[in-house]
Design a protein around this ligand. Sequence first.
Ligand code: AHR
Length: 555
Amino acid sequence: MLHDTRAVLNSSVVSNVSGVTIARQMLDRRQFLFSSGLALLAPRLSSAASARIEILPDETIGTISPAIYGHFTEHLGGCIYDGLWVGEGSKVPNVGGVRKALIDHLKQIKAPVIRWPGGCFADSYNWRDGVGPRAQRPRHTNFWANNEYLQKAPNGPQKYDPNQFGTNEFARFCKLAGAEPYLAGNVRSLTARDFYEWIEYCNSPRDTTSLARLRSEGGDPEPFNVRYWGVGNESWGCGGNFTPDEYAVEFRRFITWVPEFGMRPSFIASGPNGADYGWTRGFLQKVAEKGSRALQPIWGLAAHYYCGTTGAGVANEFTDAEWYELLRKADRMETLITNHWQAMGEVDHDHRIKLVVDEWGAWHHTDPTIDPSYLWAYFPTMRDALVSGITLDTFNRHAEKVAMANAAQLINNIHTSFLAREDKFTVTPVFHVFSMYAAHQGNTALRAEFSSSRPSSSGGMWGLAGSCSLKGKQAVLTVVNPDIHNPQETEIDIRGARINDCKAIVLAATDIHARNTFDQPNAVQPTTDSNIRTASPLIYRFAPASVTRLDLELA
Ligand code: AHR
């Protein structure tokens, strides 16, 4: 299967490079100091503490782009039909056909940007099929219809797409949710002209062009002002099976002329799969063959990394060893970012082009209790919550490199934040992590050093890791403790500052397999503790198998 192959591919390639870059935060500082003979310089810990976090306010990394908290939606399984889109006549509460509960929750987590219509689906999608009167829109075979699992499903919209959800519906959905739209263009099966006409359809001012009029007939006279445009998706695979050189030629052609309408599009090139550094180098070198100016229109390079699954691939059936295995795989994001960034810098010397991780997450099999129409739908567990925390912390620590990221996918699919089936709806533990981490958006990322002992029998997983950001006098520290059994009593110091006040929001469960379901939608939810004794340094006990956010008010 697609994701299994990928996990194998990634694991073999990544293990070759895993020794290359060791993030500073990952160093067990005490271990380093002791092993390097500098024992006298090792931080003294209060007697109870087993770990230490030192935040360095003078060492800023960059502004955390809110867009790294983005989401991804695709016409895949139950993501669009019955997930996001229920239709205006539905008994499910909706706003113009969009599931209302979804809109409300997206506002809650300040969803900054949403990608659509794919994924692999994007390179089979003709945007013209999804505009104009809904009753007259054509029905087409969905890209995923031949998937062996979906073949077992009835002939619903997941197999034969009725195009009821198109560009206007997506743009309105984004507006309702308070998010920016990010559209993925079709490079494999449409032309450069179709691409720029889609831009014209979305962005040309009211009444200026025939396409603006068509948009208006669909109910939206004013332009959508779409800024983010993906030029294909996974062009090394489902998006055309190109070599980096071939894709670079297509890419240049697609973006050579597009109308701007007062807003220069931010083009996102289809980037590598996992650790394919050859793609990153090859693509950029080929584009730059026409001179370094040719690189200028590229705003971002899209990298995809799914950390896969473990064992039999069932989301909520895993051993302790498989818990750690998946978390270690999620942690590879750090190396991927650092190494792609290095490869990008070989061609783009000033690092003008940023990384866009527009698909990421754990990827388990479809839950056998769920209708097969809902391909790759399952109820994420605490393990997936920790995957989310590990990944979002990694993005924060690389704020100067990662400009956008999109969890795959938003609802009813893969690393999902929501599950919905007709009028049933639940948020997942992944949602709660997004909700907790939203406090980082737009803050300045600070360097923070973590020292802790590794959990036993964890295959070398670190003991504590996280990220820290600052806005004014308010620091946000998010921390993952992967240890299944042990809390980490931790000394937290902010160099040169005193902590006035501290509040903790904790996502933890006594059972690492815990998850929310339609019957038990609140089985996993965060708790808040505002009664923390403040001191300098602060002593805080991170619960086993948890994701924690500490809001630290500095004096
Ligand atoms: O997210 C599911 C699929 O994974 C996407 O369509 C594709 O881009 C990737 O292979």
